[in-house]
Write a protein that binds this ligand. Structure first.
Ligand code: EPZ
Length: 444
């Protein structure tokens, strides 16, 4: 079994570069199904979720060409299927974006629900609400598990037409907002989506589609308006020769935040490049509250903007209370990483997780490293300890794995992290990046 081995106690120092956002690119790639011309997407992170998305596009009939590391040319002209291969759909959460894209493209779509779990764990009722409001008929394909319990195995969508309308989401949902945009962008007439999520990756999807000729306004606010269009072939294609447009994936706010917390936890001095500082505000505020220095640094010609995180070597961290919220609040995807840092903060820190009902599986692993942390009904209470000690732990999921890396980097001694596939799903070249700022980490 592959694992990461980390020798803790190294101050992280130097320059690290953030890749394109996982939670954006898993929507941008399905969105190419809506285009009427090829496009080039760059700043694509080298992660398994991207590999699966590209495999799904190829399975549907798309031409996918890797031009260089992180850059792909995609043409969906020959796509003639509307069903996502179940064995691929089940490998990642976000395969449901192919539902919205295929529905928007050809008014038919079918995709398996990841992992055969029922809709309760991570419901998609709001996604279905959006599709049905636009005119689609939903068929839930059910199956029975080995325990005899019935669950939704796949979702099929069929529509005679998609008609622009008002969609009022009952929950602030990133996925439902993205899927509503994908399904509405070629619907007839105007669609208004209310109670939208406002994450940077939602803005990125709208920017990409607008760059290809869509008419989407309001992304990043709670209200998005879409004037449906028949074709998406680049809004200012040169007469005669439609140049192939290149779109760059937005920097990954959560990868950047993970590096910021790792820099603070090791009392280091790190400059994080390729970020959009505005996206990092709430994370920066928490780290400053905790006792770190966080500043935006521009080089002399203003070409390169980075965030510098610096902590004096013997500084004890202050306890901080965290409540996760939709953007622009503190991101739930940064909650485990911040908890790892707070295990070393003086006093009591309280974490309230408002997005996911079970995002504390990492707590047991941190306890094994000497953390003093208790879970409560809706969160965790952390009593700071002077130091963590390395031991063998596992990555319970993607961000829990990131938390274990941070704990291992800050701990005394050796930490071994197993089940690292979870981590490599969302962090590209993570070992090389961390080694580049002085981490003693090896993949074995
Ligand atoms: C996206 O998940 C991200 N995943 C998650 O990141 C992230 O934690 C989450 O947004 C919140 O920011 C991707 O973008 C691929 P939601 P998503 O719909 O879209 C409830 C990571 O670590 N809800 O915003 O699935 C839901 O139960 C991953 O990168 C409904 O009730 O999240 C949750 O309580 C983990 N009905 C809340 O809304 C629905 O139809 C927010 O979920 C949909 C969601």
């Amino acid at each position: 079994m592959d694992k990461f081995v980390i020798e803790g106690g190294c101050r992280l120092t130097g320059d690290i570069y953030v890749s394109g956002a996982k939670n954006s690119v898993v929507a941008l790639l399905p969105a190419t199904l809506l285009l009427d011309v090829p496009c080039i997407i760059d700043n694509v992170p080298d992660i398994s979720d991207v590999t699966i998305c590209l495999d799904i596009l190829r399975a549907l009939g798309a031409d996918v060409e890797r031009l260089q590391e992180g850059t792909y040319r995609i043409s969906t002209a020959h796509v003639n299927k509307t069903e996502v291969p179940p064995e691929l759909a089940r490998k990642m959460r976000a395969s449901y974006y192919f539902l919205g894209a295929l529905l928007g493209r050809s008014h038919h779509a079918c995709a398996a629900m990841p992992g055969g779990c029922d809709l309760g764990a991570r419901p998609i009722d709001q996604h279905l609400l959006a599709f049905e409001t636009l005119g689609a008929e939903t068929t839930l394909i059910r199956d029975r598990g080995s325990d005899g319990r019935e669950f939704v195995d796949a979702v099929r969508l069929d529509a005679d037409a998609l008609t622009g309308t008002n969609i009022s989401l009952n929950v602030v949902s990133v996925g439902a907002t993205m899927n509503a945009i994908l399904a509405a962008v070629k619907a007839k007439g105007v669609t208004v989506i209310e109670n939208c999520a406002r994450e940077p990756h939602i803005v990125d999807l709208a920017n990409f589609l607008n760059y290809m000729g869509a008419h989407i306004t309001g992304a990043g606010t709670h209200k998005i308006m879409i004037a449906g269009t028949d074709t998406l072939c680049g809004n200012d294609a040169l007469e005669g020769s439609v140049e192939e447009r290149t779109y760059s994936v937005v920097p990954d706010q959560i990868e950047a935040g993970t590096f910021m917390v790792a820099a603070a936890a090791t009392r280091g001095d790190v400059r994080i490049h390729g970020v959009i500082p505005y996206h990092m505000r709430d994370i920066a505020e928490r780290l400053i509250e905790c006792g770190a220095s966080v500043e935006v640094v521009e080089n002399e010609d203003g070409e390169d903007v980075c965030i510098r995180v610096y902590v004096e070597e013997n500084r004890r961290f202050h306890s901080v209370n965290i409540k996760t919220e939709p953007y622009p609040g503190f991101p739930t995807d940064m909650q485990p990483q911040m908890a790892a840092l707070l295990t070393l903060a003086e006093g009591q820190s309280n974490i309230i997780e408002q997005i996911w009902e079970s995002r504390f599986r990492y707590v047991e692993e941190l306890r094994r490293m000497g953390a003093h942390i208790n879970t409560t009904m809706d969160g965790a209470i952390i009593f700071g300890v002077p130091a963590l000690h390395g031991c063998s732990v596992k990555a319970c999921d993607l961000r829990a794995g990131a938390a274990m890396m941070i704990a291992g980097l800050a701990a005394e001694g050796t930490t071994e992290i197993t089940e690292i596939g979870h981590i490599e799903r969302g962090y590209s070249h993570i070992v090389e990046k961390l080694r580049g700022i002085g981490a003693n980490i090896t993949r074995v």
